[in-house]
Design a protein around this ligand. Structure first.
Ligand code: GLN
Length: 218
């Protein structure tokens, strides 16, 4: 019978972007973090983080490394994935203000607008309440960030901007095992979003182990 590993293996897509900070945050939350650059490495993880960076570059490199289709297949197969900033864009089914040929991994039923805050300011920080996280508001760092312009019916909105010109904009969402934030919790030392994601990975592993045990009995 399969058992749930004590330290789930969580990959960080390491083609471009702030990979190191995610590895550290995941390690601090009890996961065994690994970098993912090749399909074989992707096949060995229990969950995956898509870091911030530049989504057009990451997609171009993923295509060149033969990773785009394996990434799409992994999401289709239910792999837990957390996308931060550029990672949110990569998970989105639809992207606005993107080059016409920009592809995504997709899977998350949202429309995101790239560089959405950029019309006012490139970067800013804000406190916001995030559903499912105890312990008070999250300090959110936005860097040329996207927001979710439209979320499908099966998408849970976890956080919105409060106040300012972007008041009410959706900046954190969850759909099953997929989580995305416009902001960068890996940069603030607040590990609660990573903790939530590692919890989702553990839950998914436990579910799989349960299903496996059922198969064996049947
Ligand atoms: N503007 C970037 C993009 O479109 C995202 C910025 C970030 O990840 N900090 O990919």
């Amino acid at each position: 019978m399969s058992t749930v590993p004590e330290r789930p293996v969580v990959g960080v897509l390491a083609l471009q972007g702030d990979v190191r900070e995610h590895l550290a945050a995941l390690r601090a939350q009890g996961a065994a973090p690994v970098t993912v650059r090749r399909p074989e490495e992707l096949a060995a993880v229990d969950g995956l983080v898509l870091p911030g960076g530049e989504s057009t570059t990451i997609v171009r490199l993923a295509t060149r490394f033969g990773l785009l289709e394996p990434l799409r297949a992994a999401v289709r197969d239910g792999l837990p994935v957390y996308g931060s900033c550029a990672g949110m864009i990569l998970l989105a089914d639809r992207v606005l203000d993107a080059p016409p040929d920009q592809e995504t991994i997709g899977g998350l039923d949202v429309t995101v607008r790239r560089n959405a805050f950029g019309r006012q300011v490139d970067s800013f920080e804000s406190e916001l309440d995030m559903a499912g996280l105890g312990g008070g508001p999250v300090r959110a760092v936005f860097i040329r960030a996207p927001w979710v312009e439209k979320a499908g019916a099966g998408v849970e909105v976890l956080a919105r901007v409060v106040g300012g010109p972007a008041d009410g904009r959706i900046v954190a969402v969850r759909q099953g095992c997929l989580v995305a934030t416009s902001f960068h919790p890996e940069l603030t030392g607040d590990r609660r979003v990573h903790a939530l994601f590692v919890e989702i990975v553990r839950g998914h592993l436990a579910e799989q182990a349960g299903a496996g045990a059922g198969d064996e009995r049947g």
